[in-house]
Design a binder for this molecule. Structure first.
Ligand SMILES: NC(=O)C1=CN([C@@H]2O[C@H](COP(=O)(O)OP(=O)(O)OC[C@H]3O[C@@H](n4cnc5c(N)ncnc54)[C@H](O)[C@@H]3O)[C@@H](O)[C@H]2O)[C@H](O)CC1
Ligand SMILES: [K+]
Length: 534
């Protein structure tokens, strides 16, 4: 038998990120584990159920005395629910199973687990609800609701009692934990088929499913926790998923080590091209974030008349005044000086607060074509390329672009913010391939895509980051990591991960509504500290 190992294990170019899979890929892995690695399906189900219980305790504390309603459907998702029920009962929780199907219709494994539960808990621990009212009554009085109605087997729109149950769960609004997937959510597309559970926590098995990170999955999944049920790593590698989940380990591994004999020159010099009158904060925040991610030296090039303002705002970063327009934005005449500035730095970040003044736009278009350093383009640098995405293919090196959905839509003539949001994964991946760039498509579940079509999803971040300046901070972090010598892919993934983690720590400290970008930047060192964040 192949020994149980953590996933993934091999040193592929994907490092230690986790493949995200479709329902079909997960089924194949399941089958291979059962038939080739000889792990009985009931053992997998037992591990899945045990994993849910571990995660429940981690989030909600000891289960003893808690009243838990577990809704079970007829497939193996329901089977996992019976395992959860049995194990929670053993922990002295008050468990009630709401069985949505006649026992005779349960799948083979689910039936076995149902019988095991019934043998220990007795008939009274199982209720067969018949209507929405009965369901709602049960759920209202529960401390916790476990949704084991449907998982990867969902094939059609939910109707009848299943739909009533899903709606009752949402109406009850009790702390809700989805087993493998929120019921009603399609595992591959993240579409809601009829109705879907809105969970606070989703405990998913083996590998994360695509639908948890796209479409309605972003709203329905809540926190996602992955349970290792012992799928052998070679099977996982053979799947060759082109979509990965960023992990804490991958992000930390990519960070440059601080060597004893090093000096500030060891950690790179990033040039930040940002700012205009009224938007000096954008330049300052990008510069500060670059310093906080460990960059040795940071210089912000800014329009000449705002230079003094930046000098006052920044202590550790240097500034360089550049030719400006009458509107106090970067002037076209400064092109050669900006190119020389970039040439003397290890990497360049351009865009925050530049404005879309016609002369500045012209300058950016020329600069982007001629600069020959690792580069991140953001905000007004992207707006300068609105409808002219083909200019990106003229870059000397594939740049990293960091659009939010609106900027992404402006880059491509046919796209709209809505169409980008409806297919975040597809949009980022297509654009990266077609234009030969690295894309960080910001928003809930930021997507990072690279020119060969490989993409990653970032699990960190929260709605508190929807506040002015967080994008400038990300740009500074990406530029800083490029200057420290990371490849564009590693810089994009690592900056995004720690940006989100710093945002999560800031939200813990100040709340999502009250946090501002400076709080996030101050948390970057804590995010980088080698401690485990939950
Ligand atoms: N990933 C793993 O390694 C493991 C996963 N486990 C769990 O098993 C489910 C998948 O089980 P499966 O039996 O294939 O599917 P479901 O339980 O999701 O339900 C399928 C069941 O429901 C019917 N169905 C489909 N759509 C509808 C609908 N709209 N309304 C009503 N009924 C519907 C379908 O015909 C089937 O009969 C996975 O998610 C995990 O939770 C294992 O337990 C451990 C290993
Ligand atoms: K479920």
């Amino acid at each position: 038998m192949i020994p149980r190992r953590r996933l993934p294990q091999t040193g592929t170019p994907r490092g230690t990120m986790i493949p995200i899979v479709t329902a079909e890929q997960m089924r194949l892995l399941d089958d291979q584990t059962i038939t080739q690695a000889h792990v009985p399906s009931l053992v997998l189900m037992e591990r899945a159920g045990a994993g849910v219980v571990t995660q429940l305790e981690a989030l909600y504390g000891p289960m003893a005395g808690k009243s838990v309603a577990i809704l079970c459907g007829k497939g193996n998702n329901g089977g996992d629910g019976f395992v959860v029920a049995r194990l929670l009962r053993r922990k002295k929780a008050r468990v009630q199973v709401l069985l949505l199907t006649p026992p005779s219709e349960l799948s083979r494994d689910a039936k076995t687990m149902y019988q095991r539960f019934q043998r220990t808990a007795g008939q009274a621990a199982v209720t067969r609800p018949v209507d929405a009212q009965g369901l709602q009554q049960r759920l209202r009085t529960s401390d916790l609701v476990v949704d084991a109605i449907l998982g990867t087997g969902l094939s059609t729109g939910v109707t009848g009692l299943y739909r009533d149950a899903i709606e009752a769960i949402n109406t009850a609004a009790r702390p809700t934990v989805a087993v493998d997937l929120p019921s009603g959510l399609h595992a591959d597309s993240g579409a809601i088929l009829g109705a879907a559970v809105r969970a606070d926590l989703t405990v998913t098995f083996g590998l994360p499913k695509v639908g948890l990170y796209c479409g309605a999955g972003i709203e329905c999944s809540g926190q996602v926790r992955l349970v290792d049920i012992g799928i052998p790593a070679p099977f996982v590698d053979a799947i060759g998923s082109r979509l990965l989940l960023l992990t804490d380990r991958a992000a930390r591994t990519a960070l440059p080590a601080r060597r004893p004999s090093s000096h500030k020159g060891t950690y790179g010099h990033v040039g930040i091209i940002a700012g205009s009158v009224g938007k000096t904060g954008a330049a300052a925040m990008a510069a500060l974030a670059a310093l906080r991610i460990g960059t040795g030296l940071v210089t912000a090039a800014v329009p000449s008349s705002v230079n003094d303002v930046l000098e006052a705002k920044l202590l550790e970063a240097m500034t360089l005044p550049m030719p400006e327009t009458k509107a106090r934005t970067f002037a076209r005449s400064g092109l050669d000086r900006l190119l020389a500035f970039a040439g003397a730095r290890d990497a360049v970040a351009i865009g925050p607060g530049l404005t879309t003044h016609p002369e500045t736009v012209e300058l950016v278009q020329e600069f982007v074509k001629r600069v020959d350093k690792p580069c991140v383009l953001d905000a007004d640098a992207l707006n300068a390329l609105a409808g002219k995405a083909s200019l990106l293919t003229e870059c000397k090196r594939p740049p990293i672009i960091t659009p939010h959905p609106g900027e992404m839509a402006r880059l491509e003539a046919e796209a709209t913010t809505q169409s980008v949001n409806e297919d975040r994964l597809g949009t980022a991946t297509r654009f990266a391939r077609e234009r030969g760039v690295f894309v960080i498509l910001k928003g809930a579940r930021t997507v990072i895509a690279r020119p060969d079509g490989l993409a990653a999803i970032c699990p960190t971040g929260n709605p508190g980051m929807a506040t002015a300046g967080t994008g400038d901070a990300l740009t500074g972090m990406v530029g800083g990591l490029l200057a420290q010598g990371l490849s564009p892919w590693d810089a994009a993934c690592t900056a995004t991960y720690f940006h989100g983690l710093a945002g999560d720590l800031a939200a813990q400290q100040f709340g999502q509504a009250g946090m501002i970008t400076r709080d996030l930047i101050r948390q970057i060192p804590h995010a980088l500290a080698p401690i485990t964040h939950t």
